[in-house]
Design a protein around this ligand. Structure first.
Ligand code: 6MZ
Length: 348
């Protein structure tokens, strides 16, 4: 998928190196990764108001604009067949981009069947069909809790679904949604329950400055964090100390106005990246919403190389270290940390 050229969009030069680099994608939202051509097709099919679809022809320039786009995407993606199609096409697109393993996350929605289970099954059907027909990319699913929409009881339902479909490819829980809405505390009981069931957890954190919430999230000690753009100094020190891997999405942060200077060279990747020192934070370079922000993973790695002056060997090491942050099991029935005993020792 070639990112569209646009005023503020970082230019996408094809980098043979980052394209052929075997890459792991750990932060990609299903609907945010929809192909633009599929979105246009579905919008036409569903007669979505052209005045709203006009917003789809440009790349968002604030976080709130990105959430407007998600609303429109959801108004186009209305059947389980649509969901299955997007899941299948994500496999194809990632394969073309040189991704070898991906944890895709999505927020289960009731598509008119009265429950959320059909949605999860549709995503897994899409993954399965991709695996049977092509299958170069290994796909796993995380179920998202939406902090702007879900109640505490909804979050329990999502955790139960994740547990139910665990043997079929669901390996964790994500907390996402509009960061200006909702409260982490609402979901803490369900997330704690998810952990007790052996599910791994990643939290969107610090997309807006909220020291109290960030501190509570650190107390919870998730298996990964997403973003961490705005972190006050005391929490930043705790974050670094924690060694919790961080999913970093350069283009998404740039285009949603989450880098205060508006320059990629000032992205907080620079703070967290220290591949040379043992035990330093694992930076998981990710796309977030490649369909919305128009940048595939090979382009994100290229931007890291260009913005931070990394050589090919350092970028290979960066991509390799991401493996240690996946939610893959290392022994039958066990996640990597459980198998090494690291989980219980490290958790604060
Ligand atoms: C927070 C985000 C997000 O779940 O319908 N989402 N949440 N921050 C972001 N940064 C830009 N990007 C996407 O995919 C779309 C949903 O993912 C979340 C939002 O809840 C959005 O509605 P799914 O597959």
């Amino acid at each position: 998928m070639t990112p569209p050229a646009s005023g503020s969009t970082p230019p996408s030069r094809i980098s043979k190196f980052t394209l052929s680099l075997p890459k792991i994608e750990l932060h990609a939202h299903l609907n945010g990764s929809i192909r633009r051509s599929t979105l246009s097709h579905l919008a036409a099919l569903r007669n979505v108001d052209p005045s709203t679809t006009r917003i789809l022809s440009h790349i968002p320039s604030t976080l709130s604009e990105a959430f407007d786009v998600f609303r429109i995407i959801h108004s186009c993606v209305v059947t389980l067949a649509d969901v299955e199609r997007i899941a299948y096409e994500i496999g194809e697109d990632m394969e073309e981009d040189g991704v070898v393993y991906a944890e895709i996350r999505s927020t289960p929605r009731d598509m008119g069947e009265g429950d959320l289970e059909g949605y999860v099954k549709a995503v897994l059907r899409g993954f399965d069909r991709y695996r049977l027909e092509k299958g170069k990319v290994i796909l796993r699913l995380l179920l998202s809790i939406d902090r702007a929409k879900h109640t505490a009881s909804d979050s329990y339902e999502i955790v139960s679904l994740a547990a139910k479909f665990r043997s079929q490819g669901v390996i964790g829980i994500d907390l996402s949604g509009d960061p200006t809405k909702g409260d982490f505390g609402t979901y803490l009981p369900a997330l704690t329950h998810a952990r007790s069931l052996g599910l791994k957890i990643t939290l969107h954190a610090g997309e807006v400055l909220n020291p109290t919430e960030f501190s509570s999230m650190l107390d919870f000690h998730p298996d990964r964090f997403g973003h961490c753009c705005f972190v006050d100094p005391p929490n930043l020190a705790r974050l670094t100390e924690s060694s919790i891997p961080i999913e970093l999405c350069l283009t998404s942060n740039l285009l949603s106005n989450s880098i205060p200077t508006g320059k990629l060279t000032d992205h907080h990747f620079g703070i967290h990246h220290n591949a040379k020192s043992e035990g330093s934070t694992i930076c998981c370079i990710s796309t977030d919403d490649s369909g919305v922000f128009g940048s595939p993973l090979s382009n994100e790695y290229r931007l890291v190389m260009d913005s931070f002056g990394l050589g090919e060997r350092e970028v290979f090491e960066l991509a390799r270290r991401t493996l240690d942050a996946t939610f893959l099991e290392s022994q039958s029935g066990k996640n990597a940390d459980e198998a090494t005993g690291k989980d219980s020792e490290d958790r604060k």
